[in-house]
Design a protein around this ligand. Structure first.
Ligand SMILES: [Zn+2]
Length: 61
């Protein structure tokens, strides 16, 4: 069983279970306050995508 930390996304506000193979896992463990925060893959993708293609309409996932 892999280790999991529950973190809240800063952009969409949802809570996610982040597994230890996630790139932000170590950062999240170091935060250890009330609840670690991060930017989830979905928002990460959206932000990157929007900054690259500002003129294109959003595609449904
Ligand atoms: Zn999110």
């Amino acid at each position: 069983m892999s280790k999991i930390v529950t973190a809240r996304c800063l952009l969409c506000g949802k809570s996610y279970d982040v597994t230890e193979d996630h790139k932000d896992y170590k950062k999240l463990l170091e935060q250890e306050k009330d609840g670690p925060t991060f930017v989830c893959d979905l928002c990460n993708y959206r932000v990157r995508h929007e900054s690259e293609d500002k003129n294109k309409p959003q595609k449904p996932m």
